[in-house]
Design a protein around this ligand. Structure first.
Ligand code: COI
Length: 352
């Protein structure tokens, strides 16, 4: 299929790579589709990036019927490639189903993403650690105040040239364990990429930041015992020669980088357990000197090492790495595949 492209007449200034950071700049165009009941998703097109009119009664503003995705495109010697777009599209579809948003044809979505990437290809940064971050979002636009799924929606996909997610020099993160509040509960929408999950995390994250921490480690919403996820990342602990990460039981995000890290570690012969991981088990492993590493994974942050975890009078400092850590090896492998510097043995890359 061919998606029509309307080019901007006012291209923006291109951003020097040193200024990029994460999610601050947006390219010249976006991909858009609209949905109305009876008509389905229609009018797929690429058009100039800009503000969009929204009715004050649009139900997304009141009841939060909104989902998003985040994937990345990279500069490779053989051209632009997207990392695991099919996985992101499939998760977007699962999020849509959970939030009663009508399904989008994954082929049209991915064709829209590629058309947009080709239109704004000259925005793709080339330096190490940079990429074009692709942000699809769907929100309910119907002006109606009754509580039920909306009858009209807009889908937008836009692009942000990005560098590292965490600002400042590369460092190991300081993490605060939230012991009272919950981000999500089993049976809720924590496993979907719903906008609402992120607002639920803000207050604890702000408090943690005020106290000098980078992000919050969430525990399960029922009894606050088992690890769930960290801020914008899935969490992994390496101890006793095994990599352990919380199982997907509906309240945490099924991260694409999480899945990539699990596949890579297993291919290197490292046992990976997806299971419930009580904070107390982690603390006991640390007290016994067995906790080697903790790290977070995410599309935006890739593999982010953790240097310290603290809660209620306890500070768990992770050992200073003396040689390349497992997290560093995973980070180097994922980044190497993404940049075409290592073989794409799992077929994770798709040409644009
Ligand atoms: C990502 O890692 O792509 C995410 O979606 C996290 C984000 C909210 C910055």
């Amino acid at each position: 299929m061919t998606i029509p492209v309307e080019k901007t007449r006012t291209p923006k200034r291109r951003i020097p790579e040193a200024e990029l950071g994460f999610g601050k700049f947006f390219t010249d165009h976006l991909f858009r589709m609209d949905y109305e009941e009876g008509k389905g998703w229609h009018s797929a097109r690429v058009e100039p990036y800009g503000p969009i009119p929204l009715d004050p009664a649009a139900s997304v503003l009141h009841y939060g019927q909104a989902i998003f995705e985040g994937m990345k495109a990279f500069q490779q010697p053989s051209g632009m490639k997207i990392f695991r777009p099919g996985q992101h599209a499939a998760r977007f579809a699962r999020s849509a189903a959970r939030l009663c948003i009508p399904p989008v044809d994954e082929k049209i979505l991915l064709e829209g993403v590629k058309t947009l990437l080709r239109t704004d290809a000259d925005w793709l940064p080339a330096g190490p650690g940079t990429s074009l971050y692709v942000r699809p979002v769907i929100f309910a636009t119907e002006p109606f105040l009754g509580v039920r799924p909306a009858k009209s929606y807009t889908l937008l996909v836009f692009l942000s040239p990005v560098g590292a997610y965490f600002s400042g020099p590369a460092r190991r993160l300081r993490i605060w364990v939230e012991r009272e509040r919950a981000r999500a509960a089993r049976g809720g929408i924590g496993g979907s990429k719903a906008a609402a999950n992120y607002v639920a995390s803000l207050l604890a994250a702000e408090e943690a930041k005020k106290n000098g921490f980078d992000q919050v480690l969430w525990l399960d919403g029922a009894v606050h015992r088992d690890l769930e996820e960290i801020g914008t990342m899935n969490v992994f602990a390496y101890f006793g020669g095994t990599l352990v990460t919380p199982a997907l039981e509906g309240s945490i995000l099924p991260g694409v980088t999480r899945d990539s890290v699990i596949q890579l570690a297993r291919s290197w012969g490292i046992p990976v357990e997806e299971r419930r991981l009580p904070l107390e088990e982690l603390a006991a492993a640390h007290r016994a000197g067995k906790l080697e590493e903790l790290f977070g994974t995410g599309t935006a942050s890739v593999v982010a090492p953790i240097g310290e975890v603290a809660w209620d009078g306890v500070t768990m400092k992770l050992p200073e790495p003396k040689k390349q850590t497992l997290g560093e090896r995973l980070q180097a492998e994922v980044a190497g595949i993404q940049r075409g510097e290592r073989p794409d043995q799992f077929g994770w890359l798709e040409a644009v």
